[in-house]
Design a protein around this ligand. Structure first.
Ligand SMILES: [Zn+2]
Length: 302
């Protein structure tokens, strides 16, 4: 049973949006591609876990904190006998294992050895369980999801699951039959509550409101060739329509991701959306969807 669904990270959403609204540096473009690929791999793994049924809890993408240190987990699976702590990697190509890194055997860049991050994460996770007075056996693994990934000289004793072992891993999970009890439920609930959803990612790119392209991009083709037509947002590139309200909210959410400390006001959203819509229309949409705060000139929406 999926207890916490996966959504794109703040960093991925920020770079996706900036990619449409300004020129990213080559380094930022590479980062965006890497995040997209990682996210794609994680979704693929989530899909595989759908077969697990009701008596296993799956929690995706947790950001947790213990004693001021933050750590992230791609997937936690809670079964009656074991807690699986999994880091999912969508690496592609041929690599050789070394304790420090996975060395590319072709022209691709090397990767840091993902076991280091896994060990760091699992140490923090065990500390966190201890601080919650919860005791469970925990099994950490790096899961390589991409079937076009090969790791030469991989040591047998390290906790890694390779693409050819994934089906077997999932089948074994499905087989465990004892039901989850209150303790498992408490753990799942505690982890959801402790998830740091508003934590800003490290080293955000530099940008300002004035330098970004304004407008609502099309939901389907992402072009900015959108206008208001018959009370809807119409894209002249691909012919897609979107309800005005939904387009404005989607764009406002994008604004909130890019400018998390700015107040959302109707005048700023009018400027942001650049559509032929009256400010009163925008205010009405914002008022319906968000909570209104402040009075007169200080009115904003959260
Ligand atoms: Zn379009």
């Amino acid at each position: 049973m999926m207890i916490k669904e996966r959504t794109p990270s703040q960093e991925l959403l920020t770079l996706r949006s900036l990619n449409l609204r300004m020129n990213l540096t080559d380094q930022q473009k590479k980062k965006l591609l890497r995040l997209e690929s990682g996210y794609e791999g994680e979704l693929k793994f989530d899909q595989m876990l759908k077969q697990l049924g009701q008596d296993k809890y799956v929690l995706c993408d947790l950001m947790l904190e213990i004693d001021g240190s933050y750590f992230q987990i791609d997937t936690v699976i809670i079964t009656s006998q074991m807690i699986y702590f999994l880091d999912v990697k969508n690496f592609y190509g041929d690599f050789s294992y070394t304790p420090e890194k996975l060395k590319s055997r072709d022209s691709r860049p090397d990767y840091k050895n993902p076991l280091h991050q896994l060990h760091r994460g699992i140490t923090h996770f065990k500390q966190l369980l201890h601080s919650l007075d919860l005791s469970f056996p925990v099994s950490p693994y790096v899961v390589f999801i991409n079937s076009d990934f090969t790791l030469y000289e991989a040591p047998l004793h390290e906790p890694m699951i390779f693409p050819t072992q994934l089906n077997q891993f999932c089948s074994q999970l499905v087989k465990r039959e004892a039901s989850l009890d209150k303790r498992h439920h408490s753990l799942a609930k505690a982890l959801c509550n402790l998830h740091q959803s508003t934590l800003r990612f490290a080293n955000p790119p530099d940008y300002e409101f004035n330098q970004l392209k304004k407008g609502i991009h099309c939901l389907q083709c992402q072009s900015f060739s959108t206008t208001v037509k018959k009370g809807k947002i119409y894209c002249s590139e691909c012919g897609a329509y979107e309800a005005t309200r939904e387009g404005v909210i989607r764009s406002t959410e994008e604004f909130k991701i890019l400018f998390p400390t700015e107040h959302v006001t109707s005048s700023i959203i009018v400027n942001w959306c650049q559509l032929d819509l009256h400010q009163k229309t925008i205010s009405r949409i914002l008022k319906r969807h968000y909570e209104k705060r402040g009075e007169t000139k200080g009115i904003h929406y959260v």
